[in-house]
Write a protein that binds this ligand. Structure first.
Ligand code: AOF
Ligand code: ZN
Length: 368
């Protein structure tokens, strides 16, 4: 049986490591495998460096050294063919004496698309393209959506209690899941370019929206608040920490000049956006975010914001944390999950993890 799927799957897993950390570049991985007479062994591997360069292939080749000669390269994306800030990876593979290349997905970048594979074939390298394409596409999805639609990818995170609620009005952050699930939700933050909430959540919860896992604090993404009416209080934690963590307030453009000056002085960026029916026009916002390099957006709430993205069909991926306890209390005004059964039908489950007492299921949008 061919070992190709096994090594390519290993590359797909490796690529996940730098998801959200490679800027506008996709996180790609390359695994080099050679049979030196005792069966295939991995002689080198690489993943696109944090920030986006170097690319995966030269890193894997540097690790393999002379052992790259005659090896098979498993790459999650078609090797690049253009002279950018680094020489074309297809050329690097050819020069290293790679014998065979197996890739999962073609590169939609106009400078590369089809050319990377063609360069390799022209040099006499045996190329197999498109193996495990769907699996690789999931990890590359923010990049693929940005290239195809010029908009940011949307991942909606929801934490729903056993009795179907996401919180209680006027009570700030109500714990819905336990510590293991909460740690996982912080890891989710680290893999995105920005976290978005509506101003109601910012007012009610006064959240920080940072990644607070030990050692990963530096991976906190940018924070975005939808604030069409300019209601963001100056003493909010998000404003108070805007000098340390990028903070973008999406406004309707009608903020009093003294407030504007104070928010800007605190380090907030104001992003005026189109308003439709009193609400931020979300498709336009996603295009504006992609234009400033925010390609992977995590929407964290609250209910109205989540519902707006769901109703407009703008949720590409859904991450649903299901708590094991009921949280409703007599006298409390409970906030129901914005996700009804009909909406959930629009998504395909792809993975469920048990996290302590709770579970997390990842879904992707059902196509067609
Ligand atoms: C690869 N291997 O690891 C990655 C690739 O601005 P540049 O020169 O870095 O080029 C960015 C483009 O490179 C990007 O749009 C995509 O086509 C490709 N990314 N290619 O061979 C890699 N990250
Ligand atoms: Zn490259």
């Amino acid at each position: 049986m061919s070992t190709d799927p096994r090594y390519l799957a290993a590359a797909i897993r490796l690529a996940r490591r730098h998801e959200g950390l490679t800027g506008t570049n996709p996180s790609v991985a390359c695994v080099l495998v050679r049979d030196e007479g005792h069966g295939p062994v991995v002689v080198g591997s690489g993943v696109t460096a944090i920030g986006g360069r170097p690319h995966a292939e030269p890193l894997a080749i540097a690790e393999a050294g002379e052992r790259a000669r005659g090896a098979t390269a498993y790459v999650t994306l078609e090797p690049c063919a253009h002279h950018g800030r680094t020489p074309p990876c297809a050329e690097t593979l050819i020069d290293a004496g790679i014998a065979r290349v197996v890739t999962a997905h073609t590169d939609p970048d106009a400078r590369v698309s089809g050319r990377g594979h063609a360069m390799l074939r022209a040099a006499g390298i045996d190329v197999e393209a498109g193996l495990l394409g769907e699996e690789a596409a999931e990890g590359l999805s923010a990049y693929l959506i940005q290239k195809a639609s010029k908009r940011a990818q949307v991942t909606l995170k929801l934490a729903v209690s056993a009795d179907g609620y996401i919180g209680a009005r006027g009570e700030g952050q109500v714990p819905v899941t336990g510590p293991v699930a909460r740690a996982q939700s912080h890891l989710l933050r680290a893999g995105h370019h920005a976290i978005l909430v509506g101003v109601a959540t910012a007012l009610e919860d006064d959240p920080m929206l940072t990644c607070r896992l030990p050692g990963l604090e530096a991976r906190s993404p940018a924070r975005i608040v939808l604030d069409p009416g300019g209601r963001m209080p100056l003493d909010a934690k998000l404003v108070g920490t805007a000098n340390r963590h990028r903070t973008i307030l999406v406004t309707g453009g009608s903020i009093a000049s003294d407030r504007r000056a104070a928010l800007t002085a605190a380090g907030c960026e104001l992003m005026p956006c189109e308003i439709a029916n009193g609400r931020i026009a979300l498709p336009e916002l996603l295009e504006d975010l992609a234009a400033i390099g925010i390609h992977a957006l995590l929407v964290e709430g609250g209910a109205a914001t989540a519902r707006a993205f769901l109703e407009e069909g703008l949720v590409d991926r859904l991450v649903l944390f299901s708590g094991d306890r009921a949280i409703a209390r007599p006298g409390a005004e409970m906030i129901a999950s914005p996700l009804d059964a009909a909406m959930l039908e629009g998504f395909t489950p792809c993975e469920t993890l048990t996290l302590g007492e709770d579970t997390m299921t990842r879904y992707t949008k059902r196509e067609g």
